[in-house]
Design a protein around this ligand. Structure first.
Ligand code: GLY
Length: 424
């Protein structure tokens, strides 16, 4: 099979790394890729927002299957356009991708299918949103309805903070994504993610993970796209897992199928484990970043046929096997992230660390001859396996400590909550 992976982050490097191991693969391309993807795929400079450029590439290179990584491409309907051109593609339809592209779409589906989630209101004007806020008080959660590059959600601990977030949305801070807002009840509990493949009718649950959204140790500082993750997440017990499938995942899959917009792709369910059971925080319509980096390290099965079966409605009968280890990924970011960063600093020693239990997935990197340069906020994902979470953490930071990059930083406590809970 000739395969094209779309995207340039750590997630796409990890997907390509795993797909490259498939015996079904004859040739792997990645576009636009990054400074690390040459090791596993032919890296193609391409504007992936230009759907015709992607389709032309597929035709010229006899691509059998495309795997789309990023949310923006899902929401823009790249999958629909590729399929319309006759190429098989792992990417939900634009209609079903609204699970990620519109918070109010997902909340309405929850209402329709009785899926447990936070109470909410959806507003098209600042005045109506503020009026609702004053009836609710704080803490409260303000979400720009559309896709806002991970920046549209404010967990407001005071009414003043919530007011500011609402005014920001309606004053265009998130462009069209903030033209309406969802205001949600604040949920108490611990967050965990579950990844499930879905072919429109059948599901294949993958595994759990937890990420660390804040920039600094102790879960302090600004929100980021994710500074690290680990898998599995033992906080998700068998009972909670079953409740999640029965009350959240299956009703979502059945509800979308009944609407005539079946979901075919990976459902990334962000869940809050509350005293009333698991509740849906949000859906993403693609793999997580950096969660994918830990998933692929733990997956023993061949990922390629699973993605293909998801895309072609043939998931029934497929199974997935995981190793019995923990995986941790530590994100190394350019100083200043998640704010503006200066690109171009040199990273040394990152190239020579990879072995079976330690893998450095690249995100914002580029090559300049033999030199590896930073080219973005999140730059490297140092990912390790261990028999315990603590061991995986130790191996991951041993890798981090060999990388010479004065302009970078990382959190030193990825996995802390679980390690503290279990002592290992
Ligand atoms: N790790 C968060 C995300 O992928 O959206």
């Amino acid at each position: 099979m000739r395969v094209l992976v779309i995207g340039s982050g750590g997630r796409e490097h990890a997907l390509a790394w795993k797909i490259a191991q498939s015996p079904l693969l004859s040739k792997l391309f990645i576009a636009p890729g990054n400074g690390g993807t040459d090791a596993v795929a032919e890296t193609i400079a391409m504007d992936i927002t230009d759907h015709w450029a992607v389709i032309d590439f597929c035709k010229l290179n006899a691509i059998d299957f495309v795997v789309v990584g990023p949310d923006a491409q899902v929401v823009a309907g790249l999958g629909d356009d590729i399929r319309a051109a006759g190429v098989s593609c792992f990417c939900p339809s634009k209609a079903a991708g609204q699970l990620e592209g519109s918070k109010s779409f997902t909340k309405a589906l929850c209402d329709e299918m009785d899926i447990p989630t936070a109470c909410y209101g959806h507003f098209d004007t600042e005045a109506a949103a503020l009026a609702y806020l004053y009836t609710q008080g704080a803490p409260i959660v303000i979400k720009a309805d559309g896709l806002a590059a991970g920046k549209g959600v404010t967990v407001a601990m005071s009414v003043e903070e919530a007011e500011a977030a609402i005014i920001d949305c309606f004053s265009g801070a998130f462009g069209g994504a903030g033209a309406s807002v969802v205001i949600e009840q604040f949920m108490e509990g611990e967050e965990v993610s579950l990844f499930v493949l879905c072919d429109g009718t059948n599901i294949l649950p993958l595994t759990t993970a937890q990420d660390h959204k804040r920039a600094f140790d102790g879960d302090c500082g600004p929100n980021t796209g994710g500074m690290g993750a680990y898998s599995p997440a033992p906080v998700m017990t068998g009972e909670i897992y079953q409740q999640t499938l029965d009350r959240i995942i299956w009703p979502t899959v059945r509800g979308l199928a009944a609407r005539g917009t079946p979901y075919q792709g990976v459902l990334y369910a962000g869940l809050m484990l509350t005293s009333d059971g698991p509740k849906l925080v949000e859906y993403n319509a693609r793999f997580g970043d950096p969660e994918t980096q830990v998933l692929v390290m733990r997956m023993q099965s061949d990922l390629l046929p699973l993605l293909h079966a998801t895309a072609t409605g043939t998931l029934a009968g497929h199974d997935v096997v995981w190793n019995d280890q923990f995986a941790i990924t530590v994100v190394m970011a350019t100083k200043g992230y998640p704010g503006p960063v200066v690109n171009g600093s040199e990273i040394r020693n990152a190239q020579t660390l990879d072995n079976g239990d330690l893998q450095v997935f690249h995100a914002g990197t580029r090559r300049d001859g033999d030199r590896l340069l930073a080219a973005g906020g999140r730059v490297l994902c140092v990912t390790a396996l261990g028999q315990t979470l603590h061991e995986a953490q130790t191996f991951a930071y041993a890798g981090v400590d060999q990388i010479v990059w004065p302009e970078g930083f990382c959190r030193r406590d990825i996995g802390w909550r679980e390690i503290e809970r279990n002592g290992r």
